[in-house]
Design a protein around this ligand. Structure first.
Ligand code: KG4
Ligand code: ZN
Length: 343
């Protein structure tokens, strides 16, 4: 077995949803991060789990090979493997974990199982190692909307999360009922730029509640009711832009308010945002403004590290291996929710 040190080489694999990804680190340097996205799900208006796992099976070998090639490395150079264990689609997780285990067996390498959400939480460290603990992490994607108070690489606490739909899911569902494409966030973001954010007073669920939880399912219903009852006819182009801007503002208002309140109450220095919704232009502007008012900085990783990718799994996988954490080859995929703390 190889001893994992600061200079060791790590292969990371991510396959929890609809991205097949592999990354290589040599020492602390990220050498490659190959992401193969399964674009064919768009025509179904959402991810089809069985098709996702089949596509992972088809692509994972080539993705790992390409990551090695781009890094100028061979499997013989690799000292350890990090792989996403949970949460995610069961069939997708099985492909990545079994591929990783096969390589670990063949090359006699240590393996570390990584929680996907932990990958997102620490993803800002891929590019920026100067982030100070404790910080607050807002993870916003199609599957998650959660706030974490992060004290170290080994200690973080979930302080709030959505009680129903994730923020990205709200963007996607609203876009679907407005007849826009999937994934919906990008379409709403684009149309909202020419709309009035105060055109429709959509609800800000739980915004004033004394906790850091979220609820977005009511917003989708409010948009549907507004279209059916108030407009009573399909929205024209300007009405569509106004609905997009107003719905987006309702989501962003709640995200910004709760994130800043949590940072303030918990004494977090800075704020890290990751997940696909971190691409939202309005969320970026509003968060930066609000954080600056309280002397905080906002760190948002580059988009290729914000959406699902293996570099983020390698980043925290490396920290775990350096602390002596390894997983037995018998580990299974996790189907439960994220534990608040690891170790
Ligand atoms: O992290 P991600 O790629 O996949 C997971 O859900 O794990 O996030 C995808 C989500 C989708 O819900 C999509 O609508 C949303 O991120 N999204 C956006 C934007 N770009 C992607 N939401 C709002 N504004 C955007 N510009
Ligand atoms: Zn994710």
């Amino acid at each position: 077995m190889h001893q994992f040190t600061e200079n060791s080489t790590l292969l990371a694999i991510e396959s929890s949803c609809d991205e097949t990804s592999a990354a290589l680190y040599q020492g602390g340097a990220l050498k490659s991060n190959i992401i193969s996205s399964q674009m064919f799900h768009t025509k179904f208006g959402g991810i089809v789990p069985e098709l996702a796992s089949r596509a992972h099976v088809q692509h994972i070998g080539a993705v790992v090979r390409e990551a090695l090639n781009e890094a100028g490395l061979a499997m013989q150079d690799v000292d350890a493997i990090a792989v996403t264990q949970a949460p995610g689609l069961a069939g997708s997780l099985v492909v990545g974990t079994n591929f990783a285990k096969g390589l670990a067996l063949r090359y006699n390498l240590p393996i570390v199982a990584v929680n996907h959400v932990e990958g997102h939480i620490y993803s800002a460290f891929i590019e920026n190692t100067a982030i100070a603990f404790p910080f607050l992490a807002l993870i916003v994607s199609g599957g998650h909307t959660s706030l974490f108070f992060v004290e170290s690489f080994e200690r973080y606490t979930a302080v709030g999360s959505t009680r129903d739909d994730a923020a990205g899911e709200a963007f996607d569902k609203i876009a679907k009922l407005l007849g826009l494409g999937y994934p919906g966030g990008i379409h709403i973001d684009r149309l909202a730029k020419e709309g009035r954010a105060d055109a429709v007073a959509f609800p800000r669920s739980m915004m004033r509640d004394d906790n850091f939880d979220f609820s977005f399912s009511g917003l989708k219903t409010a948009v549907r009711t507004y279209c059916q009852k108030t407009l009573a006819a399909p929205p024209n182009e300007q009405q569509l832009r106004d609905i997009c801007a107003s719905a987006q503002e309702a989501i962003v208002d709640v995200l910004v308010h709760k994130t800043l309140k949590a940072a303030e109450n918990l004494g977090a220095k800075d704020i890290v945002v990751a997940g696909g919704v971190a691409a939202n232009s309005r969320l970026r502007v509003r968060l930066q403004e609000a954080a600056a008012e309280t002397g905080r900085s906002v760190f948002i990783p580059a988009m290729s590290y914000c959406t699902d990718n293996a570099a983020m799994i390698g980043c925290i996988g490396r920290e775990k291996l350096l602390r002596g954490v390894q997983s037995p080859l018998t580990f299974t995929i996790g189907v439960g929710s994220l534990r608040a703390r690891y170790r």
